[in-house]
Design a protein around this ligand. Structure first.
Ligand code: BGC
Length: 415
């Protein structure tokens, strides 16, 4: 009797607290670019979680892989005085927004983040020593996704070098399969090019794309990179121009496409289509990149609301939830990524994610854990944009590799 009275009392307290938070909580307006099947499923976990905590979720999803359109929409919202409660932003743009004086400090929600995150990632979530961004997960970029039935059909194995890659691509072509499923959008062109740069070794990548060292950018090795990219292009199908990334992934899911170079959000699409790794598809490090890991980390930043400099209770709850172990796990299971938090168990994840975690830890030690230029983890928008223009122009013209290299080196000087 006594116990049941206590539980009634507890239930009533919870009810009152719950009612209070539903009535009192502010709506959360959230801008992001997660609109594909796998992406939507992943962000819905957060929406449902915030709804349960009593917050209304106002969704501003801006379609467009890699977020260029979303970043334009965000600028418009902030300039017109309608800054969202939270927005998906990453890399140096986090500090850019902070330096505009429009973000709030979320230190209160981040008390255990440092202890459980890779230092290289944790540091980028701060401005002037304070947390202003909450990270979702680690995506690996240097993956090659291969349709397993196609691979078996042509009697191939996952390629570990470029000669092996081109030999497999020839087999796919001979079997009437589009060897490389690609979407001709600047950021997807950059994904391939950056991965080929990485295949020259982590040191080459660092000197070329992190340090923007002119000698490396104009080296014979860089000419080779452009030659390889030019050859990869000959394996695209006719309809590649402007294709969205998830439609290219759908080609590999159905088997009309043999392979795709793409970050592991592609795995979110495979999972969403009930496809299993090693059964329906293979994930392999792109040729020549098994000792390296190019990464991008999605994060939310939080904007001042109603002219107040402090974070609102809803923003603090949102930041806390994003980095909570349960959310970190479920989000990455749907998204194809791995949790930021190193204390989240990996037993529910597939082999690709487990490999990603092992390689993450190994490359953090070896120096092969590198920020992706293609995904906004390096340099100002002006510099990254100029390099993207040079690469995408090369991929969509008959420019020779030496000319491509010259334009790249000039682009790297844009400030
Ligand atoms: C983001 C991913 C997203 C991908 C495609 C990348 O910039 O980091 O989360 O799935 O773009 O939209």
């Amino acid at each position: 009797m006594k116990r049941s009275l206590t539980s009634v009392a507890t239930a009533m307290t919870l009810l009152v607290a719950g009612t209070h938070s539903v009535l009192g909580a502010e709506p959360l307006s959230v801008l992001h670019w997660w609109t594909s099947g796998g992406e939507s499923k992943a962000i819905r976990v957060l929406k449902d979680d915030m709804n349960k905590q009593g917050y209304q979720w106002k969704d501003f999803a801006v379609a467009g892989g890699a977020g260029a359109a979303a970043m334009t929409a965000l600028k418009t919202q902030v300039i017109s005085g309608n800054a969202p409660s939270a927005a998906q932003v990453k890399g140096p743009l986090i500090q850019d927004w902070a330096s505009q004086g429009v973000l709030v400090n979320i230190d209160q929600s981040a008390t255990d983040w440092k202890a459980h995150s890779p230092a290289q990632i944790d540091n980028t979530m701060k401005a002037n020593g304070h947390y202003v961004a909450a990270p979702f997960s680690v995506h690996r970029i240097n993956w090659l996704w291969i349709n397993k039935a196609d691979l078996d059909k042509v009697g191939g194995t996952p390629p570990t070098t470029w000669p092996e890659f081109f030999a497999l691509a020839d087999k796919f072509r001979a079997a009437g399969i589009t060897a490389v499923a690609h979407g001709g959008q600047p950021w997807q062109d950059m994904t391939i090019w950056e991965t080929v740069v990485l295949s020259q070794g982590p040191d080459f990548y660092r000197k070329a794309l992190v340090d923007l060292d002119q000698k490396t950018l104009t080296s014979p090795q860089m000419v080779q990179v452009f030659e390889t990219v030019q050859k990869i292009r000959t394996y695209f199908d006719k309809g590649y121009h402007g294709r969205d990334w998830n439609l290219a992934t759908a080609m590999v899911i159905s088997g009309s496409g043999g392979m795709q170079f793409m970050g592991d959000w592609a795995k979110g699409e495979f999972a969403n289509a009930n496809r299993k790794s090693d059964v329906d598809y293979v994930c392999a490090a792109a040729p020549g990149t098994s000792n390296a890991f190019t990464y991008t980390v999605d994060a939310f930043v939080f904007f001042q609301q109603n002219g107040k400099k402090e974070a609102t209770p809803g923003q603090l709850a949102l930041a806390r939830t994003i980095m909570s172990p349960d959310f970190q796990q479920q989000f990455s299971l749907y998204k194809g990524s791995i949790p930021i938090r190193l204390d989240v168990p990996m037993d529910k994840f597939d082999d690709c994610a487990k490999k990603s975690r092992t390689d993450e830890l190994a490359t953090i030690k070896s120096g092969g854990f590198l920020p992706s230029l293609a995904f906004g983890e390096l340099h100002s928008s002006a510099t990254a944009g100029a390099i993207t223009d040079a690469v995408t122009n090369f991929m969509n013209s008959n420019e020779d590799p030496e000319e491509g290299v010259r334009k790249l080196a000039a682009a790297a000087k844009v400030k």
